[in-house]
Ligand binder design. Structure first.
Ligand code: FES
Length: 515
């Protein structure tokens, strides 16, 4: 499976393929047009189609070709922003709704996999949250109490059931899930089409309009007119300039996958309480081996470029705790959209027509949040009440999250200083084949990539979203924006929103702006 979101390949991309979806080659109509064939978009599309709506899905790549093929697919109601925090932000009732919605998402995935006979290695597993030495162990007791108040059946156990790795006391989250996300998405795409849905890949949506004449226009010029609603499920919404993007921040997270003999490490989900935290699970590989998948080492998108050091630290961490680790065969990175208050944004797009919906802010729980989006948006679009609508409302503001809001936006403001700096290199000769760098030429900042044959590819380094200077990501060979995490391929085309268009021509610093 090939995507242009980066050059690394996850274990999922190497062990499954998605069915190719044809491009949109004519104008068409639907009740609902969904932009994005990742977990949120396709689950929404499938459930809407099952409910009798005529649904068209557009994606600029293959099914699951964005961040869904880069997840580690922990399917969990152990939320990484912690129930202790959610209680403060949303109250006890809100925390209960959050827990119930994530539990429902796990059940929904299991139900869909079973009903549609999707062979995706879905497995119920227990999850364990532990506090490493030096961390606040009281946090576990507080989280246990808050999680129980939220309605979860949690217990404190002496250690996780992993031979040779003494985690110390930890909270057991029973009945979590895991699966192979690309196989699940392939089965879901087939099920969507069996339910009458139409799916178009390699179709970039470049104009999205709500209201009475709601429509999505592709860059090819063909359009889908939607009589009922448009859903934008593009990881980071490409139809919103500011409202949501000041309330969430993009992070890169890193993952390694190593062979371990089957049976040496039980299938569990494991998380520590560090910040950034480590997350661990296993995936069956063949008759003799599992892949031990370990992630962590997050940083804000576009604000570090030291991937090798991060993979090395993950490997050291893994070998120290899991002596059965053999060869590391997979290394990849993915993007996490971190909302200021820990819950996704799912519902009506703020400041937009009533029939435009978004799903974003995975918060490290992308598979459950994406599935919740499917359940919640299907209700909203069908005119049904849903008890979760309030906690996921994209328009919500919480005074209690104001500190994190302010910190994230100060960090964004600081990125604009890059306009004034010299650039990464002073001349083109300093850019080695296969690498990129930002260069100042007169008043312009250029994003220059030199391909393996030595040819130079120059684009404007100014992000078309809100004008920050992009940074080179040597691990994925992309240009990443440090402000709101848009990402661009080496030829400048956009691979991740909020930008909806690519980097402008070199020297054309104002070209292509979204607004
Ligand atoms: Fe907002 Fe680049 S993503 S300025």
């Amino acid at each position: 499976m090939h995507t242009d979101n980066g050059q690394t390949r996850s274990v999922w991309m190497t062990t499954a393929d998605t069915a190719p979806a044809p491009a949109l080659t004519m104008d068409t109509t639907a009740d609902v047009c969904v932009v994005g064939a990742g977990i949120a978009g396709l689950t929404t599309a499938y459930l809407l189609a099952r409910a009798g709506h005529r649904v068209v899905v557009l994606d600029d790549g293959p099914v699951a070709g964005g961040e869904t093929c880069r997840t580690t697919a922990h399917i969990s109601n152990a939320l990484d922003d912690r129930y202790v925090e959610l209680e403060k932000l949303f109250g006890e009732d809100g925390a209960r709704l959050a827990a119930a919605s994530h539990t429902a998402a796990i059940d929904t995935i299991e139900d869909i996999a079973r009903a549609e006979r999707i062979d995706c290695d879905f497995e119920r597993v227990d999850g364990y949250l532990y506090a490493p030495p030096g961390e606040d162990r009281d946090l576990l007791a507080r989280e246990l109490a808050a999680g129980r108040r939220a309605g979860l059946d949690l217990t404190m156990v002496e250690r996780a059931p992993v031979d040779g790795f003494d985690t110390g006391a930890c909270i057991r989250f029973p009945n979590q899930g895991q699966f192979h996300p690309v196989r699940y998405m392939r089965g879901l795409a087939d099920a969507f089409e069996r339910a009458g849905g139409r799916l178009f890949g390699h179709t970039h949506a470049h104009r999205i309009e709500g209201g009475a004449a709601a429509r999505v226009e592709a860059s090819s010029g063909h359009a889908v007119s939607a009589s009922r609603a448009v859903v934008v499920a593009t990881n980071s919404p490409v139809n919103d300039l500011v409202a949501i993007h000041t309330k969430q921040a993009g992070y890169r997270t890193y993952v390694i996958g190593a062979r371990v003999p089957q049976g040496r490490i039980p299938h569990v989900l494991l998380w520590d309480t560090l910040d950034p935290y480590h997350y661990v699970r296993l995936q069956p590989l063949d008759d003799s081996y599992d892949v031990l998948i370990v992630g962590g080492e997050d940083h804000k998108t576009g604000q570090a470029d030291d991937m090798d050091a991060r993979y090395a630290r993950l490997e050291t961490w893994t070998r120290e705790r899991f002596p059965a680790t053999e060869r590391v065969e997979y290394r990849w990175s993915g993007q996490v959209m971190e909302p200021v208050d820990g819950l996704a944004f799912i519902g009506r797009n703020p400041l937009d027509a009533d029939n435009v919906f978004v799903a974003t802010g995975d918060s490290g729980n992308g598979i459950t949040h994406g599935t919740i989006a499917g359940l919640l948006l299907t209700d909203l679009i069908s005119g049904r009440e849903n008890p979760w609508a309030g906690i996921y409302d994209p328009s919500r503001k919480s005074l209690r999250s104001i500190k994190r809001f302010a910190a994230e936006n100060l960090n964004v403001a600081a990125q604009y200083a890059d306009y004034l700096t010299a650039g990464d290199v002073s001349s083109l000769d300093r850019i080695a084949p296969g690498t990129g760098a930002v260069l100042r030429r007169g008043l312009s900042k250029l994003a220059v990539y030199r391909d393996e044959s030595g040819a130079l590819h120059e684009r404007s380094a100014i992000c078309p979203h809100l004008g920050c200077v992009v940074a080179w990501n040597s691990g994925e060979r992309t240009w990443d924006c440090p402000c709101h995490a848009s990402r661009f391929a080496t030829d400048g085309h956009v691979v991740n929103g909020p930008a909806i268009t690519g980097l402008g021509a070199a020297g054309d610093d104002d070209a292509d702006a979204n607004g």
